[in-house]
Design a protein around this ligand. Structure first.
Ligand code: ATP
Length: 271
């Protein structure tokens, strides 16, 4: 039987010290249509990498490819020690247990308590058999620890549906942490939040990367948010990496090539 692991983050580098995520020349195609065409990506312990690109550039597909949900047709992708393109079907569960995911829609169960929602994160690793007899006390302690980590322990017994969007996203992040992931992939995690809450949630994710050592890949539509809340930026255009570099070395103008034919890359305010 699987028992709750300790609250400390597991190593965010592989045994030889290489990045947790190492992608080279990755290609993804749906049928005859290429969607990713030669993408390179590294994610190392402690860093937050913002993934930018116009709608349809391939951001979600890249995230899906890293968790075995997109058809990889070439290149290599190592994620938390898993050789993604060559995984046997039964190994996918282990890959997905090592990858915490956060989405635009928080995907909480509205009528369940905040605590129970977080506890479901443990199922990724433990499997449904551990539902029999309910969650163990170690899991409950761990869930409270992570609720405290995201600043929302006082809401533990409230129904998830009663929380604000920003609070719900914090619960979703706590649920991802409950997996004790080796990496977090956050696909447009603040697209439904107002600018102040977006800042808070992105700082929370960055703090988790920095303080807990779990690298975060976060896709964003809004350039100023990426420039404020990331250590590095990877910019996709038509399935290729067009811009990449340390965030402090990039200016908004450097990134405009990602959006030349697209809508305005966005601002971080609604006005
Ligand atoms: N299951 C699928 N079958 C066929 N084509 C797909 C599939 N999923 C995505 N695509 C195509 O792949 C391209 C990249 O889509 P993707 O969702 O990765 O872009 P994105 O950068 O995440 O866009 P957005 O910012 O709008 O979410 C698009 O042209 C899309 O139509």
């Amino acid at each position: 039987m699987t028992s709750a692991r300790t609250a400390s983050a597991r190593s965010a580098t592989t045994a030889d010290g290489s990045p947790v995520v190492l992608v080279r020349d990755l290609k993804v195609a749906y049928g005859d249509t290429p969607v990713l065409d030669g993408v390179d990506l590294d994610l190392a312990a402690g860093e937050t990498v913002a993934l930018l690109g116009a709608s349809g550039s391939g951001k979600s597909t890249l995230m899906k490819a890293l968790t075995g949900f997109a058809p990889i047709t070439g290149g290599t992708a190592h994620v938390a020690g898993h050789d993604v393109p060559n995984l046997a079907r039964g190994e996918l569960r282990h890959l997905r247990a090592d990858v915490g995911q956060v989405f635009q829609q928080f995907n909480l169960v509205p009528r369940l308590s905040v605590l129970t929602n977080v506890l479901t994160g443990a199922l990724h690793a433990a499997g449904p058999i551990n539902l029999v007899g309910g969650f163990r006390s170690e899991h409950r302690r761990l869930a409270m620890h992570y609720l405290d980590r995201v600043g929302i322990a006082h809401k533990a017994t409230d129904q998830a549906r009663t929380l604000s969007g920003g609070q719900q996203q914090r619960v979703a992040i706590a649920r991802a942490l409950m997996q004790q992931p080796r990496v977090i992939l956050a696909d447009e995690p603040v697209a439904s939040l107002d600018p102040r809450l977006a800042d808070e949630v992105l700082e929370l994710l960055r703090g988790i990367a920095r303080d807990d050592g779990i690298p975060v890949l976060v896709s964003l539509h809004v350039l100023p948010l990426a420039l404020t809340h990331s250590d590095r930026i990877v910019g996709l255009r038509n399935g290729q990496v067009l811009v990449t570099g340390r965030t402090t070395a990039l200016r908004r103008e450097d990134l405009s090539v990602l959006y030349d034919d697209a809508e305005e890359a966005g601002d971080d305010s609604d006005d």
